[in-house]
Design a protein around this ligand. Structure first.
Ligand code: EPZ
Length: 417
């Protein structure tokens, strides 16, 4: 096992390059299986989830040539619709293989996706959509077996705005007979990115990024060369780290419109933010002001950013409230933040945070991917030494976090436990 050892109290200065979006990449790799010919995907983040997905695609018979930031996927040899449990259960996003394999083989057998430790995370909306397209689902021995004689277009209304269900139903309907209408869709940038990738392969998808997406089934999809969008959550994480340490950081290779809710909240807290074409400059000289946060589907404040922001609120003047409207259990990391001197209490879906003058270093656990990022930010801002344990959570979704932070002057080391 590995841990990060951080000596805090140093403002971050310099430039950090943002990688490709994890939540795009984990859907685009399965989408590449729908073509009859190879695709090359670049601006790929070099993270564990992508490695795992590449292994799964090879075990399904696909040919994978992977570089650090690019991958070539040749689906022509695909010969199985049943990825191995030990790989598929490592990451929740393996559920995108259901939509992809259903389209490819009219059948898929996938382990029930693990509920991450941020909530139950059901996939009832995915299944509701697949069944509307004509598939039958059985759940046995911890696997979902899903089969369709023929996939036919349908009109599907999602009861919950779901990124995963929106993307999975695009994957399952791109080659279905006729037209599929998806209503009450998620509008995240990565939903649009996946739709753009599918259209680049010859799909006919209109409306991605709005509440309603129309998919007209096509017969064939051909591989293409595609560049993944930058990761707005990784960018937001480094913007918060700059603000938490009172530094001055250029966050490079971003799409500013994807960051509007994050920028607005930082400005509300007294942070100076300057937007350029594909760079955001974040600096903070004065004290942090309190603020309230309510997480919502895009373009609302992203749930993946409430954990890093909690560190800023813990350092701000006054009392702030975070209301987590997306997941029912995404505050576990606050128990770790309390070890560093934060004053917080959780009441149902709200966390009440009373700002304290400073945080002090301590050994803390990464409870999940974004909770882990929050602990690193807290360590960078705290006085003294912080050890962040279980950093495998962080490596799943952040490329070389300690290297990027060292580039900004942070005193952080990856140490084998
Ligand atoms: C995606 O998860 C992201 N993961 C999450 O990021 C992100 O927090 C989430 O979207 C919201 O933006 C990936 O893209 C791999 P949802 P997903 O379906 O698709 C409920 C990270 O840190 N729901 O939009 O699983 C669900 O319980 C991760 O990168 C149902 O009830 O999220 C949740 O309360 C964490 N039934 C809400 O909807 C369903 O069938 C939103 O979930 C599906 C979801």
């Amino acid at each position: 096992m590995e841990k990060f050892v951080i000596r805090g109290g140093k403002p971050l200065y310099g430039t950090v390059q943002i990688s490709g979006a994890k939540n795009s990449a984990v859907a685009i790799l399965p989408a590449a299986l729908l073509a009859d010919s190879p695709s090359v995907i670049d601006n790929l983040p070099d993270i564990k989830d992508i490695e795992t997905l590449g292994e799964m695609i090879e075990r399904l018979g696909g040919k994978v040539e992977k570089g650090k930031h690019e991958i070539k996927i040749d689906p022509s040899g695909l010969n199985s619709f049943h990825p191995p449990r030990e790989l598929a259960s490592r990451m929740r996003a393996s559920y995108y293989l259901i939509g992809a394999l259903l389209t490819k083989f009219n059948e898929a057998i996938i382990p029930m996706p693990g509920g991450c430790n941020i909530g139950v995370r059901p996939i009832d909306q995915h299944i509701k959509g697949f069944e509307a397209l004509g598939a039958e689902t059985t759940i046995e021995h911890g696997f979902i077996r899903i089969k369709a004689k023929k996939l036919r277009g349908a009109h599907i209304y999602f009861d919950v705005v779901s990124v995963g269900a929106t993307i999975n139903l695009m994957l399952a309907s791109v080659k279905a007979e006729g037209t599929t209408i998806l209503e009450n869709c998620a509008k995240e940038p990565h939903v649009v990115d996946v739709a753009n990738f599918l259209n680049a392969m010859g799909a006919n998808i209109k409306g991605a990024g709005t509440d309603t997406i129309k998919i007209t089934g096509v017969d064939k999809l051909e591989g293409c060369h595609y560049t993944i969008i930058p990761d707005q959550i990784e960018a937001g994480t480094y913007m918060v780290a700059a603000a938490a340490t009172g530094g001055d950081v250029y966050v490079k290779g971003v799409i500013p419109t994807h960051l509007e809710a994050i920028i607005a909240k930082l400005v509300e807290m007294g942070v100076t933010v300057e937007e350029y074409d594909d760079v955001i400059r974040v600096r903070r000289e004065g004290p942090l002001k309190r603020a309230d946060i309510k997480t919502l589907p895009y373009p609302g404040f992203p749930t993946d950013m409430q954990q890093p922001f909690a560190v800023l609120l813990a350092l701000a003047d006054g009392i702030s409230v975070i209301t987590e409207n997306i997941y029912e259990n995404r505050f576990r990391y606050l128990e770790e933040l309390k070890k560093m001197g934060a004053k917080v209490r959780v009441e149902g879906r709200s966390a009440i945070i009373e700002g304290v003058g400073k945080l002090t270093g301590a050994p803390v656990y990464a409870t999940d991917l974004r909770g882990g990022a929050a602990m690193v930010i807290a360590g960078l801002a705290a006085e003294g030494i912080t050890e962040v344990l279980d950093i495998y959570h962080i490596d799943r979704g952040y490329e070389a976090m300690e290297v990027k932070l060292q580039g900004l002057g942070a005193d952080i080391k990856r140490v084998k436990e």
